[in-house]
Write a protein that binds this ligand. Structure first.
Ligand SMILES: Nc1ncnc2c1ncn2[C@@H]1O[C@H](COP(=O)(O)OP(=O)(O)OP(=O)(O)O)[C@@H](O)[C@H]1O
Ligand SMILES: [Mg+2]
Length: 373
């Protein structure tokens, strides 16, 4: 006989499981007011039919950049029909042709011919349409770093940002989204002279903010009193290790499923602990996809050892890459500030104090990712 505290096979803990999907856009979007206001300010000219300011949204994974841009798009649609909005996921559309096709499809309602038509022809039709219907176009280039990998970033930006020179009356602006703001220094002069964006930083969330956001999601997604306080605290602490809210949302879902699996009416601490390694690998995969090859190499070299002095690491790194000291230090400092490695002074070493570098990841955690390389 089933006891009272056991879940029946046709019962569920989830009131609304959609809220744990990663593309879910929450109504409650706290702790990002200053960022949302900065985007509103930049886009305001569009309401009166003017060309908006360009923006650069930057910050670590899972800090709400993509969601914030989509929230603003929703708001805009309520205020005006003068503005067309398109979000391009550059990880998927990573060439000039793919980006413009995506925009074209959204504006024209049909996809451009897949072959036999040049970029210029498509861009020409698109821009003339915008002028014709007298609309402003705001393009989100999400994860714009992917446009650099195949060398398409300059062409895309140049076309969009200088469209009004070639097609007077066209009004296009860009919201570029990226983890690492240094990426934009990679644009050539033709782009950087016109891309002077409003820079909007998305810092990682603090513990209290994480708790607040998770509580709201729990309230919407689970039936009342399903998640124990201990489980909530455990989740918030886990998420706080990386500050990546994506891990939190995934953790909620997996913890709930784990509790259901053992037919429990409560999500307990053990369900969260069990779920964590899968959720964390989501974060690590995401983080890793955004690193350059040199950054990946350093992370791997550090994770290969329990600890390594900065000098020894430099020698190892230099042996494989031939990269000099200054650049090495730039990369390692970046990895330290991102929290992917830590550095402590050891107090020993021939020239005084030595920096000891340790990995924030276990070797096994990186193993699968590194196999791909
Ligand atoms: N302030 C917030 N309130 C509620 N949910 C949030 C908030 N910030 C982020 N989230 C949630 O966290 C998850 C990750 O957010 P989002 O995808 O916007 O992050 P991101 O900054 O674009 O990350 P990445 O750089 O990895 O693309 C989403 O599920 C989103 O709903
Ligand atoms: Mg994003």
């Amino acid at each position: 006989m089933k006891e009272n505290n056991m879940l029946m096979w046709d019962e569920t803990l989830f009131k609304e499981s959609d809220v744990f999907e990663l593309d879910y856009l929450p109504d409650y979007f706290p702790h990002r007011d200053s960022q949302l206001n900065a985007i509103r300010y930049a886009l305001k000219p569009a309401i009166r039919g003017g060309r908006p300011l360009n923006c650069l949204l930057f910050g670590p994974p899972g800090t709400g950049k993509t969601s914030a841009s989509l929230k603003i798009f929703d708001e805009l649609k309520e205020y005006t029909d003068k503005v067309l909005t398109v979000k391009v996921n550059c990880q998927i559309d990573s060439t000039r042709f793919a980006v413009i096709s995506r925009i074209y499809k959204s504006v024209m309602g049909v996809a451009p011919p897949a072959s036999g038509v040049s970029f210029n022809r498509i861009f020409d039709k698109l821009t003339k349409k915008l002028i014709d219907v007298d609309k402003v176009l705001v393009v989100v280039l999400d994860d714009i770093n992917y446009l650099f990998y195949e060398g398409h970033a300059d062409e895309v930006m140049y076309s969009l940002l200088r469209a009004h020179e070639q097609y007077p009356g066209s009004k296009i602006s860009v919201i570029a989204i990226v983890n690492d703001p240094e990426v934009i220094y990679g644009f050539d002069k033709r782009v950087s002279s016109v891309f002077l964006p409003e820079e909007i930083e998305f810092p990682r969330y603090e513990l209290s903010e994480i708790k607040d956001i998770l509580d709201d999601r729990i309230m919407r997604g689970f039936f009342p009193n399903v998640v124990t306080d201990d489980a909530k605290d455990q989740m918030a602490n886990f998420v706080n290790e990386s500050g990546d809210l994506r891990v939190g949302v995934d953790l909620l879902k997996r913890s709930g499923l784990n509790a259901e699996k053992r037919a429990s009416r409560k999500v307990e601490i053990e369900d969260v602990k069990k779920a964590y390694s899968a959720s964390r690998s989501l974060y690590i995969t995401r983080m890793f996809a955004n690193l350059t090859d040199h950054e990946k190499l350093i992370i791997r070299q550090v994770a290969d050892t329990k600890e390594i002095s900065a000098g020894d690491l430099y020698e190892k790194f230099n042996a494989e890459t031939n990269i000099g000291y200054t650049r090495f230090y730039e990369i390692i400092n970046k990895m330290i500030s991102a929290g992917y490695v830590t550095a402590d002074f050891s107090g020993k070493g021939s020239k005084g104090r030595t920096r000891i570098i340790r990995s924030a990841f276990k070797k096994e955690e990186l193993a699968d990712l590194l196999k791909e390389k």
